[in-house]
Design a protein around this ligand. Structure first.
Ligand SMILES: Cc1cc2nc3c(=O)[nH]c(=O)nc-3n(C[C@H](O)[C@H](O)[C@H](O)COP(=O)(O)OP(=O)(O)OC[C@H]3O[C@@H](n4cnc5c(N)ncnc54)[C@H](O)[C@@H]3O)c2cc1C
Length: 577
């Protein structure tokens, strides 16, 4: 099998907020470097940064503080976040939002006095979510895309899929193996530094929100490279995915958090507002709590026609709702629902992945020359990501990666020789579906969606997780026995669907094993058989790693470097004590 060779100083895998910020920062840091951005989809049209609705958390208001944002992040994350990463997130978010406005060209909504408007988001003690209406991501990604287009020095490999991170002889990273989706050709790109920013994407659940190009490829590649992955049991379910029936891909897409923040009510099938039975914060409780409450109503059979619950906004005034949530109202109308004045059916939907590659504050990983940022990285959010901290995370750490990689290249110059056996092995793996008889992948996808939703989903227990693991073994065996036609490799999307499924099954197994390992209930991970959070002061996080005979899951203690459970950094709270 032929393989084309390319060389670039800095290789960026992924073109979301993390990848594009990294490219712009790296070029600014050293305009002489050759930078290449790879994306599975088209630039500006793929990934989830474009899909950001609600907005971007940043402590800009004088009544707010980075300490308050930090404490919300730590407490929302149930004391599992890596505190130095969380601190970097909240402090650098200020700089990054100013950069987005003043250098990248974003316009965010403003108050009458000209300051940036912050909307209410659940689980936060201050209205700090900066936004552009309710379609903030389009503003951010379009402006970033224009900035990248305006710099021809940044080479773009669009519709290119990364299939493997290739190690160097003697250690460190040598580059990445790609498939050009348009031609079907393999390309090895040698690089001095590589950024992994493919954006996670828990699309292995029956209901899910992320874009279709996301299938956990980055984490599967990192796992196979031997990197440690943290918090892999932590899948965030957004409580209000649209439930528009089984035959539309609109089902599962998210209705933004601001709806609950603004005062939206959730009603069960008997038209009763039920959140009071679960949490005193009602609909403004964190995502995990609201998702479990909805799931409990579903399990108890108190559901709507399609098996979910309702969100109701009309009591806030239909005209106001239509003005403030235009994007959401339009989306619901397209599916035949009246969000402004009527009822819309919703269901919890897999939204975000808190787990990922272990990294340092400067985005370095255990593998020399490999950096990670955005949803592929872990530790910033712990057991629960606050709405609005996702895009802050990808832009903050993408920018940091872009600052750091040129420094790293200057200190460690030169291309490293790739391990040839790794390239050959990864190509053989990608070629596998052409060696067996073609079959129906959609049946396998349906099985995967149900297995993860039923057995490793919103509420888990040992028996269910073990059932899920056995199901995953069967699905993987069936996948390996199901082939793809080799008539034409150009835009062979069935091949890419097969590869997507392979990544999803691989990472689903790690999620299930980590869920088995965590014997307590923290944030997004809820064990019905062990529903207690455990002692916060001795909190641990899970670490998964590929070993020769399977996945090993270990535990490490959380380091309370900035604040310990029971303490706070909020000055007014300290003064009031
Ligand atoms: C519907 C929705 C609404 C959201 N709303 C909010 C919100 O209001 N506030 C908030 O903070 N967060 C929100 N989020 C989360 C937020 O979008 C993400 O946290 C963030 O954008 C992730 O950025 P990223 O750069 O890591 O990944 P992405 O923006 O997802 O980009 C990933 C990139 O990697 C590419 N890629 C994937 N696999 C490969 C591969 N194998 N090879 C090459 N390229 C690959 C993709 O094509 C894409 O270019 C929302 C998410 C969704 C789905």
């Amino acid at each position: 099998m032929q393989i084309e060779q390319l060389k670039t100083d800095i290789l960026i895998l992924g073109a979301g907020g993390a990848g594009l910020f990294a490219a712009l920062h790296a070029l600014r840091a050293n305009p002489d470097l050759d930078i290449t951005v790879v994306s599975k989809g088209l630039l500006g049209k793929c990934g989830c940064t474009r899909m950001v609705q609600g907005g971007y958390n940043v402590a800009l208001n004088p009544g707010d503080s980075v300490e308050r944002h930090f404490m919300d992040t730590i407490e929302g994350g149930k004391w599992l976040p890596h505190q130095a990463l969380a601190w970097t997130l909240v402090t650098k978010a200020i700089e990054r939002v100013q950069e987005l406005e003043n250098e990248i060209g974003c316009f965010f909504d403003r108050n009458p006095d000209g300051t940036l408007h912050g909307k209410a988001f659940a689980g936060q003690t201050f209205d700090r979510t900066v936004h552009k209406g309710d379609l903030t991501g389009i503003e951010i990604i379009n402006r970033l895309m224009e900035q990248v287009w305006a710099r021809p020095q940044i080479r773009r490999l669009e519709e290119h899929r990364a299939v493997a991170l290739i190690p160097a002889e003697g250690g460190g990273i040598a580059g990445a193996l790609l498939i050009d989706v348009r031609s079907g050709a393999y390309r090895f790109v040698a690089a001095q530094a590589v950024l992994l920013a493919t954006g996670g994407g828990p699309t292995m659940y029956r209901y899910h929100t992320p874009s279709g190009d996301k299938s956990m490829d980055g984490l599967a590649m990192a796992l196979r490279l031997g990197l440690p992955l943290r918090d892999m049991e932590m899948v965030q379910f957004h409580p209000t995915g649209l439930l528009a029936g089984p035959d539309t891909r609109m089902t599962g897409t998210v209705l933004e958090e601001g709806l609950r923040g603004a005062g939206g009510h959730l009603l069960n099938g008997a038209m009763l507002r039920f959140m009071g039975d679960y949490d005193p914060k009602l609909e403004r409780a964190t995502r995990d709590v609201v998702s479990r409450a909805i799931y409990a109503e579903m399990r108890a059979g108190r559901t709507t026609r399609n098996g979910g619950v309702y969100i109701k906004m009309g009591h806030l005034g239909p005209a106001k709702v239509a003005k403030e949530f235009k994007g959401m109202v339009d989306r619901c109308r397209d599916c035949g629902f009246d969000l402004a004045g009527g009822l819309v059916e919703v269901v919890p939907t897999a939204h975000y992945f808190m787990g990922g590659v272990i990294c340092e504050v400067d985005t370095t990983t255990e593998c020399a020359g490999l950096f990670v940022a955005g949803e592929d990285a872990s530790g910033m959010h712990g057991a629960n990501r606050l709405g609005g901290n996702g895009v802050a995370n990808s832009t903050v750490f993408g920018g940091i990666a872009g600052d750091e990689m040129p420094r790293w290249v200057a200190a460690n110059p030169g291309f490293r020789k790739p391990v040839r056996a790794a390239i050959d092995g990864e190509m053989a793996r990608a070629e596998h579906p052409f060696s067996v008889r073609p079959g129906d992948l959609s049946v396998l996808r349906e099985k995967l969606l149900d297995t993860m939703w039923d057995d490793v989903g919103v509420v888990r227990d040992r028996a269910g997780i073990e059932r899920g693991l056995a199901g995953l073994d069967r699905i993987e065996a069936e996948l390996l026995a199901t082939g793809v036609s080799d008539e034409d490799r150009r835009f062979n999307l069935t091949w890419h669907d097969w590869l997507n499924l392979r990544s999803l099954v691989e990472i689903s197994r790690v999620i299930a094993l980590a869920a088995l390992k965590r014997e307590n209930a923290r944030g997004a991970h809820f064990r019905a058989d062990i529903p207690e959070p455990g002692d916060l002061g001795t909190s641990t996080f899970t670490v998964a790693r590929q070993a020769p005979d399977g996945i090993e899951i270990g535990e490490r203690p959380v380091q309370f470097t900035h604040v310990r459970p029971g303490q706070t950094l909020i000055r007014d709270a300290i003064a009031a004590e």
